[in-house]
Design a protein around this ligand. Structure first.
Ligand code: MG
Length: 376
């Protein structure tokens, strides 16, 4: 019989030990609800045919649009049982039960659990215990042989028939801490596979901070380039600053060539097109617009992806005006717009030795490079 593996993502707990008002699995972690991280890992894994989320239906529908949601029970065991019923209806031969409080689920862990189900009734990821353990009620008492202990993680994989039998036969007065414990009670053969330090449970406020730090962010660098024509009788806005000069830059917006180059560099880091994609010159509402708005929009898009801007570097190319006297004001303005400290904003200028359109004073060019980190 061919296998049909269904994942059950348990997100029904109402734990608020992490602080905040909503259950921790819906709190924001690395820019997204915690539950969204492992949900995506399960949905994207090729061996998993369907993912069922057991949670408060209203919260889960808000956080995971389009997900298959089952209302949770009063206890974890009840919640898993409800997920199992739905998985059975969905034709599952095997299930993977995963806790939403373990958000960073690598495909390699899923691979290992799924592979072990070829030869076992169940499979669970584990890690060795590194710390010395002692019975807490007697600090001077016996220590525990840690070689015999493992830290048990999820996702835990099982044949669905044996897990359903384990749930059906479980004494209602006992609370089970995990599904492997229930299957072992029936004599099921459980494989131990390699767990992952990234899979640790996120419970307390300090866990959130550590998880944010552990989360693999990828660094991306992108550039932007822009040119605008200099014309008499126009204000000169450059780097977000109004500069007294006999000419100004012309264009549909305020034509701040430096902020435009920076905006394109930032959009480039998330492959979100260019400034014209978001603010078409054909749209009259952007006539004379403050380019600060464009820059903020690019920064907001990066923030919405859970990204962070690390650094921006700008080079303005012109014969006149002299940029030096305005450099500090530009740096401060850009830092303010991007919510960066000024030491993360570099403003440079050069001439082209009187060569070309910038050398003849016909226009100003700018190029920018932005470095950001975004969640993988
Ligand atoms: Mg432009």
């Amino acid at each position: 019989m061919s296998r049909r593996i269904v994942a059950i993502l348990v997100a029904a707990g109402n734990g608020t030990r992490a602080g905040g008002t909503r259950p921790k699995q819906f709190a924001t972690l690395a820019g997204r609800p915690m539950v969204a991280h492992s949900y995506e890992a399960l949905v994207c894994h090729p061996a998993i045919r369907k993912t069922i989320v057991v949670a408060d239906p209203a919260l889960a529908a808000e956080m995971l649009p389009g997900a298959s949601i089952v209302a949770g029970g009063a206890t974890r065991r009840e919640s898993v049982a409800r997920g199992l019923d739905t998985a059975t209806t969905a034709g599952a031969t095997h299930v993977l039960v995963h806790d939403a409080a373990r958000p960073f689920l690598a495909a390699t862990v899923i691979d290992a659990v799924v592979a072990a189900l070829d030869t076992h009734d169940g499979a669970i990821p584990v890690l060795p215990v590194a710390d010395t353990l002692a019975f807490g009620c007697d600090m001077l008492g016996d220590t525990v042989d840690r070689a015999a202990l493992v830290r048990v993680q999820t996702p835990q994989g099982f044949r669905i028939d044996i897990l359903q039998a384990a749930h059906a036969g479980w004494p209602p007065e006992l609370e089970a801490t995990d599904d492997a414990q229930m299957v072992r009670r029936l004599g099921g053969r459980i494989a131990l596979v390699q767990g992952d330090a990234m899979l640790e449970k996120v419970t307390y406020p300090e866990d959130f901070a550590a998880a944010e730090a552990r989360l693999a962010m990828e660094t991306r660098t992108a550039m932007g380039f822009d040119v605008h024509r200099l014309e008499a009788g126009v204000e000169l806005w450059l780097g977000g600053v109004l500069i007294p000069h006999d000419k100004g830059l012309s264009g549909h917006s305020d034509a701040d060539v430096a902020l435009h180059a920076l905006t394109d560099a930032l959009l480039g880091t998330i492959a979100a097109g260019d400034i014209g994609t978001h603010f078409p010159p054909s749209d009259p509402q952007w006539k004379g617009a403050d380019s600060a708005r464009f820059l903020r929009h690019a920064a907001d898009l990066i923030a919405a992806r859970g990204g962070r801007i690390d650094f921006v570097d700008l080079t303005i190319v012109c014969e006149a005006p002299k940029i030096g006297p305005h450099r500090a004001a530009m740096t401060a303005r850009i830092a303010d717009l991007l919510a960066l400290s000024p030491d993360r904003v570099s403003v440079k200028a050069t001439t082209t030795e009187r060569l070309g359109f910038t050398g003849r004073g016909e226009g100003i060019a700018a190029q920018a490079v932005a470095t950001v980190r975004v969640p993988r």
